[in-house]
Write a protein that binds this ligand. Structure first.
Ligand code: F6P
Length: 341
């Protein structure tokens, strides 16, 4: 079979492990021919691709990023191309396409699949917010990076008796904030799923100082926001991709806490540090398993699906289920976290 593979959307540690796994399983297990499109769907539309053999994926398992490059693509451009999906498929003589990506990519994958392209998706995102899979690779790495940052920030916060606000990624879901906050022993975790009252954060800080603790660390997901009327808050400039530029909740919260508490506060925005660098062992294993199962799904003709983790098993989930809604942090997970603040 001739299988195309691409990585689209924001990158994430573990992408190279999937590419490597698809190439190995395809070539060694099934005598497939694998081609890699460059820069996501852009390469598919612009005819930019290269053959992938065993040597071309040698030494990439531990490398962050993606050897194929990644890009966001305007949905309209892809939709137009999907109208002549058969032509697209014939151009590259594709028997199957394996797009690796997050919610946007899987939505695009579903669109192509509905238009007749034989597609098996592989979910990825550090945000862990894709439905129909228990976990996405990249998340474990991001949580590890954020946890290490919290550990480090605690010692400097304590030396200076400061409140440290750590802003982590997660525009729509607070998984990174929740798990890094728990692992790092943060004293407050703020997530998009639960609008917060800054007065509750102040109460926590006052209580800590009253019992002799002279610092506090609050982890805030970039998409968290205050409950209405609790603090002057306006989103900053939103760019074409929906990201807030230059300001952000971390900075705004620190200013507000300083004002209310009369204590020094600092903000650290971890940003893309969470997405870069080498994947953890967990993410390498999950990504490798996803790659293997994606190739098997192609050979079974299980198109219109993506690989997914259920418990410890890899299963196939309909793309429709994956993109129906985002996977949010449930209330009880927040309760567990709060019990150890
Ligand atoms: O990968 C998802 C994500 O990490 C979000 O949490 C974050 O808001 C966004 O990507 C940032 O993406 P970009 O690379 O476009 O700045």
């Amino acid at each position: 079979m001739r299988i195309g593979i691409l990585t689209a959307g924001g990158d994430c540690p573990g992408l190279n492990a999937v590419i490597r796994s698809v190439v190995h399983r395809g070539i060694t297990g099934h005598h497939d021919e694998i081609i890699g499109f460059e820069d996501g769907f852009k390469g598919l539309l612009e005819g930019r691709y290269r053959p992938l053999d065993l040597n071309s994926v040698s030494g990439i398992l531990a490398r962050g990023g993606t050897i194929l490059g990644s890009a966001r693509l305007e949905r309209a451009r892809l939709r137009a191309a999907a109208e002549d999906c058969e032509q697209l498929r014939r151009t590259y003589e594709l028997d199957a396409l394996i797009p690796i990506g997050g919610e946007g990519t899987l939505t695009a994958a579903r669109m192509l699949s509905d238009a007749g392209m034989p597609v098996v998706g592989v979910p990825k995102t550090i945000d862990n917010d894709i439905s129909a899979t228990d976990r996405t690779f990249g998340f474990d790495t991001a949580v590890g990076v954020a946890t290490e940052a919290i550990d480090r920030l605690k010692t400097t916060a304590e030396s200076h008796q400061r409140v440290m606000v750590v802003e982590v990624m997660g525009r729509h879901a607070g998984w990174i904030a929740l798990e890094s906050g728990m692992a790092g022993g943060a004293h407050g975790i703020l997530v998009p799923e639960r609008p917060f009252d800054p007065e509750d954060v102040c109460a926590m800080v006052r209580e800590r100082f009253a019992r002799g603790k002279k610092f506090a660390v609050v982890v805030v997901a970039e998409g968290a926001s205050p409950a209405e009327g609790t603090m002057p808050f306006e989103h900053g400039e939103i760019d074409q991709y929906g990201h807030e530029r230059f300001t952000g909740i971390g900075n705004r919260l620190a200013v507000e806490l300083e004002r209310r508490l009369g204590k020094e506060a600092r903000t650290v925005i971890l940003g893309h540090v969470q997405r870069g660098g080498t994947p953890t062992a967990y993410d390498r294993v999950l990504a490798t398993r996803f790659g293997w199962h994606a190739v098997e799904a192609v050979h079974k003709g299980a198109f219109g699906h993506m690989t997914a983790l259920r418990g410890t098993d890899i299963v196939l989930a309909p793309l429709a289920d994956a993109v129906a809604e985002l996977k949010h942090v449930p209330e009880d997970r927040m309760d567990e976290a709060e019990s150890v603040f």
